[in-house]
Structures are given as structure tokens and as C-alpha cells.
Design a protein around this ligand. Structure first.
Ligand code: TZP
Ligand code: MG
Length: 224
């Protein structure tokens, strides 16, 4: 199986796309700027709409050889032949999702606590989404904000495993450097990527926004 590059992980938010830009244009510009994974997150669409947005997203992602992940919905992932799913703590357990998805499918899990990270590892997740790191306008949070040190503590739960980690929640190019540095665990485990919604989607220049994130991430990796 190919190694996934999680470095600049875009989570969609169609309602945040600025007026005058379409969802498809915004997404394509973001991919041109260096987004490496796309997750379609749809909290308001009905199933039919969700499938059609996911299918449209897949067509665009394929042009850039970027994997497509579907938030919450195994059925939507199967319907469009996505590369994987992202599950919340309240969604289907990983073991069941694995049984339904084709072999090699990517499964990611949202984790707020270190215990949740350890559970996700045991259950066979491919990656964890750790957060929220900072406050965010994009989602009304139901779990505590953990801060960069909090991310580091959760990364300790991944040491010695092949499970990847991205951080999410309020990440911007302005805070990316300190987010990456401040979250390295005591034993040197670092993030594999950062997931953002508004920093890219709400931008009038999604390409430049993605480029900035990508550049900072590459500089960080170079140092590791
Ligand atoms: N999960 C935790 S925070 C968040 C999600 C989906 C939203 C992050 O959005 P933004 O705009 O990057 O802060
Ligand atoms: Mg969910």
C-alpha cells in the first residue's frame, strides 16, 4: 500500500466558500497549492446531495492523485469509491467499518483524549485526528480545547505504532510553526500533518493558503 502524505489535510466546508467562487474552483485551487488529502465533511446535505458532492470531489481529487476521505458515512464512501472514511467517537466502530469497506481503505478517527488515541490504535485506525488544538468558529465544540502541549501528550499514545496523526482546530499558517514545534512529544513523536477547514476554504486565495501551509510543513519536516 502506498504511504499517504497527510501533511496538508483539507476538510471541506462548502458554506465557507467566499461569494464569487464555486466549491469546485476553491477545491481545485487548494489542490494546486499542495493539499495532500481531502475529507468531504457535510453536516447539512441529505444523502443524495452528499453522494453527489463526494462524487464531484472525487473527480477533482483524482486529477491530483490525492486521496478522498468521507466524514461519518460509510455508505457514501462506498457509493463513490472513496479511499476511506473519517469517524467521530459517536460514529460506527472501526472494526465494523473495516468489515464494510474494501481492504486497504483508510480509516481515521477523531480523538480528544489520550485514551481515545490509544483505543483508536488498538482498534486498527490508520490515522487519528487530534483536537481541537485551538478555538474555532467552524464547529461548535463538545470536547475541551487541548492546546499544543495537549497534542504532544496524545502523540505519546502513538509512539511505537505506525498510526499517523494530524491535528485540527483553529490551525492557520500564522500558528502552524509553533503548533508543529510545540506538539512534539517528549520522545520526539511529531505530527504527520495538519487538518484545516477555514484557513483554506474561507480564503479568497485557496491556492496561496495551501502553499503557505505546505511550505511551513516541509520546513518543519526538514528539521526533524
Ligand atoms: N473538528 C475539530 S475542530 C474542527 C473539526 C472538524 C473544525 C476545524 O476548522 P478550522 O476552520 O480549521 O478551525
Ligand atoms: Mg463524525
Amino acid at each position: 500500500m502506498v504511504d499517504i502524505d497527510y501533511s496538508v489535510y483539507l476538510v471541506t466546508g462548502r458554506e465557507l466558500v467566499p461569494p464569487g467562487k464555486t466549491y469546485a474552483d476553491s477545491l481545485e485551487e487548494a489542490l494546486q497549492g499542495g493539499v495532500t488529502v481531502v475529507q468531504v465533511r457535510e453536516k447539512t446535505a441529505d444523502t443524495g446531495e452528499f453522494i453527489s458532492i463526494a462524487a464531484q470531489t472525487k473527480t477533482i481529487c483524482q486529477k491530483y492523485y490525492v486521496p478522498l476521505i468521507i466524514n461519518d458515512r460509510i455508505d457514501v464512501a462506498l457509493a463513490v469509491g472513496a479511499d476511506g472514511v473519517h469517524l467521530g467517537q459517536e460514529d460506527m466502530p472501526i472494526a465494523q467499518a473495516r468489515q464494510l469497506l474494501p481492504s486497504g481503505a483508510i480509516i481515521g478517527v477523531s480523538c480528544n483524549t489520550r485514551e481515545q488515541v490509544e483505543e483508536a490504535v488498538k482498534a486498527g485506525a490508520d490515522y487519528v485526528g487530534i483536537g481541537a488544538v485551538y478555538g474555532t468558529q467552524t464547529k461548535s465544540l463538545t470536547s475541551p480545547i487541548i492546546g499544543v502541549r495537549g497534542v504532544g501528550v496524545r502523540l505519546e499514545g502513538l509512539e511505537g505504532t505506525g498510526v499517523k496523526a494530524v491535528a485540527i482546530g483553529g490551525i492557520k499558517s500564522e500558528n502552524l510553526w509553533r503548533t508543529l514545534h510545540g506538539s512534539v512529544s517528549r520522545n520526539g513523536r511529531a505530527l504527520d500533518g495538519v487538518a484545516v477547514v477555514s484557513e483554506i476554504v474561507a480564503s479568497n486565495e485557496p491556492k496561496a493558503a495551501a502553499e503557505k501551509l505546505s511550505k511551513v510543513f516541509k520546513a518543519f519536516q526538514w528539521e526533524q
